[in-house]
Design a protein around this ligand. Structure first.
Ligand code: CP
Length: 317
């Protein structure tokens, strides 16, 4: 099946076949990243603009790295150094980037729907690098890719997502991907952050951490999104940690083979203790590394590349 999408805006709109195509393309690119010469010429001559109007470490650097590995030219612009601080609108900023002959825009924005909006007014591809509390599609893709590396097929696998689900774009993207892949997803946290209506998305909701962890094969921790909460949804961070923080005792309730994930940034000692974040079950840094290959795949496919044409020849050195 040829890849036909110009934009990557959500995982909600992708089919299972499209998710699998991105994963397969990322797997091919990942093989190129272990060679002594890590660059492939796939996007030579293209210019990609990373427009990050909200803070980021992992996503921005992985998109930068991915574009460079594909031999594209990359320009990064953040909110504090752009003319948005002087009142320029997102529309004007994006149209100027297009007028400067960028071939693609990667956008992170605090407003849900900002990438969709740009996709309707620009003629170049728009990639969503996280929009408010809506979606973070490349994070969902790299998370499910990492799970597949450890568990194989995800059909029937039990995945617990624990923490601030209400304000989490990572949770939403993972829910859309995991349910399409046939995983059994349980959301866990205080009822204010994990309301029952999430069951409409085909997942289970639980406020009983011990029973949810007992049969989980993956537990994904999410941080409390202070920046998106208009009012307190629990009395204090200390009380959240006391009820739902993953510590050594609670980790002992897990299946011994279960893996521990976190999209970052981690609030150590709040949603997860350091000894678990850095422990042998943690795949947190593998997630970060896989973010490069996933973003290479997304940039390549949305630029018109086809999965079967991925350059992954033998190491010339
Ligand atoms: N996971 C993630 O989106 O991290 P950053 O905010 O650092 O990009």
């Amino acid at each position: 099946m040829p890849w036909t999408r110009q934009h990557l805006l959500t995982l909600e709109e992708l089919s299972l076949a499209e998710i699998n195509q991105i994963h397969a393309t990322a797997a091919a690119f990942k093989r190129t990243l272990t060679r002594s010469v890590k660059k492939v010429p796939a996007l030579r001559g293209k210019t990609i603009v990373n427009l990050f109007l909200e803070p980021s470490t992992r996503t921005r650097m992985a998109f930068d790295m991915a574009a460079k590995r594909l031999s594209a030219d990359v320009i990064s612009l953040d909110g504090s150094s752009s003319s948005t601080t002087k009142g320029e609108t997102l529309r004007d900023t994006a149209q100027n980037i297009q007028a400067l002959q960028a071939d693609m825009i990667v956008l992170r924005h605090s407003a849900a729907g900002a990438p969709l909006y740009l996709s309707r007014i620009l003629h170049i591809p728009v990639i969503n690098a996280g929009d408010g509390a809506h979606e973070h599609p490349t994070q969902g893709l790299l998370d499910t890719f990492t799970m597949k590396e450890h568990l194989g097929k995800l059909k029937g696998r039990k995945v617990v997502i624990l923490g601030d689900i209400l304000f989490s774009r990572v949770a939403r993207s993972n829910i859309h991907a995991l349910t399409k892949m046939g995983a059994a997803v349980t959301l866990v946290g205080p009822s204010t952050l994990v309301p029952h209506w999430f069951t409409d998305l085909g997942v289970q909701v639980s406020h009983d951490l011990k029973s949810a962890l007992a049969d989980a094969e993956v537990v994904m921790l999410l941080r409390i999104q202070h920046e998106r909460q208009a009012s307190g949804h629990f009395p204090s961070l200390g009380e959240y940690t006391g009820m739902f923080g993953l510590n050594k005792t609670r980790a002992s309730w897990l299946n011994p083979k279960a893996i521990i994930m976190h999209p970052g940034p981690i609030n150590r000692g709040v949603e997860i203790d350091s000894e678990l974040a850095d422990g042998e079950r943690s795949v947190i840094l593998e997630q970060v590394t896989n973010g490069i290959a996933i973003r290479m795949a997304v940039l390549y496919l949305c630029s018109g590349g086809q999965p079967e044409n991925v350059y992954s020849g033998s190491d010339p050195n």
